[in-house]
Design a protein around this ligand. Structure first.
Ligand code: HPA
Ligand code: MG
Length: 254
């Protein structure tokens, strides 16, 4: 890595520039995350914390490679997301907080607790209702790659209201873009999306939620509500699965 820095250094036109670039290089290489713009970015090279230092239930201890995001960090980040949302949202209209099940249920609960506290202590607040939806992808003879919203109240109830969509993870972004289209057809006043995680992946359509907790590498992560074939939702921290557990919990083995 140092070689990479020095091999490019000759292009810098002054000693000052070289010093600045070296400092930026060190900051990039010595830290596992940085804040570039809209969220905390977890680097591809970051291995996560050793699982020995965190409370991982014994039934999963051999299935987890490392702890990517401990629950405490997630909660601290969530408190700030709630503050940002509270500042940005138009409080003159009622708010509908929409939890995209199942993966978001823990994040939704923690985020809404923070929003509730902010609302209770602020001079300005608005009425908030909650709803829970599930999204089902389906393909039939007339359509491909369509999603259907199942569960929850009739979506016509969002007409004229502000909607906050709460998601656990945005991968390619396709599902969220389709959901936003469906919500739009029901004429809400405005829609904001918050996602705890966004994956840094070549599959991305370029869609980015309004509020993001962490941008994570393109690895399969589980815990804090996120599952792998319905396993790991009962894991407190967001972890990287071990290669063996991918096989162990695959559908063919369950
Ligand atoms: N974990 C859980 N669910 C997901 C992921 C992931 O990494 N990516 C897309 N859905
Ligand atoms: Mg989800």
């Amino acid at each position: 890595m140092l070689w990479m820095f020095y091999s490019n250094a000759h292009t810098a036109s002054s000693t000052c520039q070289v010093k600045k670039r070296f400092r930026a290089f060190l900051v990039r290489k010595l830290s596992w995350s940085h804040n570039m713009g809209d969220c905390i970015i977890v680097d591809d090279e970051y291995p996560g914390y050793s699982k020995e230092f965190f409370n991982v239930p014994s039934h999963y201890i051999n299935d987890v490679e490392s702890v990517l995001l401990p629950r405490g960090i997630i909660l601290d980040r969530t408190a700030k997301l709630a503050k940002d949302i509270h500042e940005k949202i138009d409080l003159s209209k009622p708010l509908v907080a929409l939890c995209v099940l199942k993966g978001s249920y823990i994040f939704f609960n923690d985020l809404l607790e923070q929003l509730r506290a902010l609302s209770a202590n602020a001079n300005k607040s608005c009425r908030m209702s909650i709803d829970f939806i599930r999204l089902k992808s389906y393909t039939d003879s007339t359509s491909t790659g369509t999603i259907k919203v199942i569960g929850g109240d009739d979506l016509s109830g969002i007409k004229g209201k502000n909607v906050l969509v709460v998601e656990d993870i945005v991968d390619s972004g396709r599902t969220m873009q389709k959901l936003l289209k469906i919500l739009d057809e029901n004429e809400p006043n405005a829609v904001r999306v918050v996602s705890l995680l966004v994956k840094r992946t070549s599959r991305s359509t370029g869609y980015r939620p309004d509020h993001i907790g962490f941008e994570v590498p393109d690895k399969f992560v589980v815990g804090y509500g996120l599952d792998y074939n319905e396993y790991f939702r009962d894991l407190g921290h967001i972890c990287i699965m071990s290669p063996d557990s991918v096989k162990k919990y695959s559908i063919s083995n369950s």
